[in-house]
Design a protein around this ligand. Structure first.
Ligand code: AMP
Length: 462
């Protein structure tokens, strides 16, 4: 017997509809790539996203087509995501920190039909566009005044392109399992693998991320996602922040300590998320200039292990640290270091030891650790094994590699990480499988230990 509830597909545009209707005046603030601070709100973001969808339809983009974005966190990038998925196409986030030849490889693999890119990345694409024949048009995320002279094919300024749509358009309707987003793993061994998110998985993951003991996203918050939209869905914040109706603050291209500090203070940010290298730059700026934080309440730190000294730095200033772990294939959040009731009251080194672990699984992420034969290991905090995960926002196949089995007999995905899990459910990464076990070369996820998401731009080869 089936339930008798309404058929309300979990489509991404429902999020921006809700934000526009319930929190229409809520601010969306960006340090624009052109320089000045730009202010808009959810009502305008939705209106312009609808125009993006309409304009893409006019360009012949249809259900299932891939549209690449090569862009920083900005209001235009946000509109682009909702507009692309609103016409039924797939946003393909291209990570500018990949090598140019890897970018060309993934654009070809994805067969992107158009690319929306920031001014910063025009020279990068000019250098590789000959190797990306599937792209019919480059839409540069700027206005006419800032449009550069460029050799990019059919290049147009986003604002001029958008002005050709009047917004009299309705979101496309389709099944919630339709593909919404595509992000390639930043593997440095073997070809990158495409993770294909669906509308359903993105909406479910956004709901998971909002929970108090996940990222605790609320309409009372001012949120600065420093984690880029071009890698692992910005930890779902492009969905969960509008879903909750929080003020949305975006750093654009400037991730240095001084720029981040200024945004945190002037926009009264209460919650922010970034990788340790970014926090390190902020810490150095604060120490060198003897400045303090006045509104920040919580930070999420992940992407690589968070050093205990970083936890101490923030918590000494009254900022709660949530150490998080996840990966592209997991949409991406898997665990978070929120404190469980049984551990309330812990202090000093004991609390720091717990907070330094990668945390416990969030709802709809099942975890297990196994030995190389697949036998489950106990959650005793000592035995370490391959970390495997299962859930509705976790990959079951890679894009265009659908004949390749990547799950075990129980439907779990092997993360390629090696971990312990303690009796309270807190997981701790101890290594990468490929670094300790030759058998793990057969793991679906055999990537290098250092992800390009945490390599500063300055270290990327030219
Ligand atoms: P990616 O899919 O590029 O985001 O990389 C995911 C990988 O980054 C994971 O499989 C881990 O190896 C690593 N990672 C992510 N978060 C953490 C963390 N908090 N501590 C240690 N490693 C992490």
């Amino acid at each position: 017997m089936l339930g008798l509830m309404q058929d309300w597909p979990l489509l991404q545009h429902k999020i921006i509809d809700h934000a526009a209707l319930q929190y229409g005046d809520q601010e969306v603030v960006t340090r624009s790539v052109e320089g000045p601070i730009h202010r808009t709100n959810y009502r305008q973001v939705r209106d312009r996203a609808l125009r993006v969808a309409q304009r893409l339809a006019k360009d012949g983009i249809k259900l299932g087509d891939r549209v690449a974005t090569l862009a920083w966190n900005t209001w235009r990038h946000l509109e682009a995501w909702y507009g692309i998925t609103g016409v039924g196409a797939v946003y393909h986030t291209v990570n500018p920190r990949l090598f140019p030849e890897q970018i060309a490889w993934i654009v070809n693999h994805a067969q992107d039909r158009a690319m929306m890119l920031d001014l910063t990345f025009v020279p990068l694409m000019e250098a590789v566009q000959d190797k990306c024949p599937s792209i019919e048009r480059y839409i540069i995320l700027t206005d006419k005044a800032h449009m550069p002279a460029t050799k990019l094919k059919n290049a147009v300024a986003y604002e001029e392109w958008l002005a050709e749509a009047d917004g009299n358009f309705e979101w496309a309707q389709f099944d919630e399992n339709t593909a919404a987003g595509l992000c390639y793993t930043s593997g440095t061994t073997g070809d990158p693998k495409g993770v294909l998110y669906s509308h359903r998985s993105n909406v479910l993951h956004a709901l998971q991320a909002c929970m108090k003991d996940t990222l605790s996203v609320s309409a009372q918050d001012s949120i600065l996602p420093i984690v880029p939209m071009f890698h692992a869905n910005a930890w779902s914040l492009a969905f969960s922040v509008p879903l909750a109706g929080a003020k949305f603050v975006m750093p654009g291209a400037k991730l240095d300590g001084a720029s981040v500090y200024e945004l945190l203070e002037t926009e009264k940010v209460t919650f922010s998320a970034a990788v340790p290298t970014v926090w390190l730059m902020l810490m150095q700026h604060m120490q060198a200039n003897k400045v303090e934080l006045h509104t920040l309440q919580r930070v999420a730190i992940g992407g690589s292990a968070c050093p205990p000294s970083m936890i101490e730095f923030f918590e000494a200033r009254g900022v709660t640290v949530y150490h998080a772990w996840g990966m592209t294939e997991m949409s991406p959040i898997g665990t978070i270091g929120a404190i469980k009731p049984a551990l309330v009251g812990l202090g000093g080194k004991d609390l720091l030891a717990i907070k330094s672990k990668q945390g416990h699984a969030i709802f709809a992420v099942e975890m297990k650790i196994t030995d190389d034969e697949g036998k489950q290991l106990p959650w005793d905090g000592v035995k370490f094994g391959r970390l495997k995960v299962k859930g509705p926002a976790i990959a079951r196949r890679y894009f265009k590699r659908e004949d390749e089995e990547i799950l075990d007999d129980e439907g779990f995905f092997d993360t390629g990480d090696v971990a312990t899990i303690d009796p309270n459910g807190y997981m701790q990464i101890t290594d990468r499988a490929k670094d300790v076990s030759p058998a793990a070369s057969g793991s679906p996820r055999s990537t290098s230990k250092i992800s390009p998401s945490v390599i500063p731009m300055s270290r990327r080869p030219p």
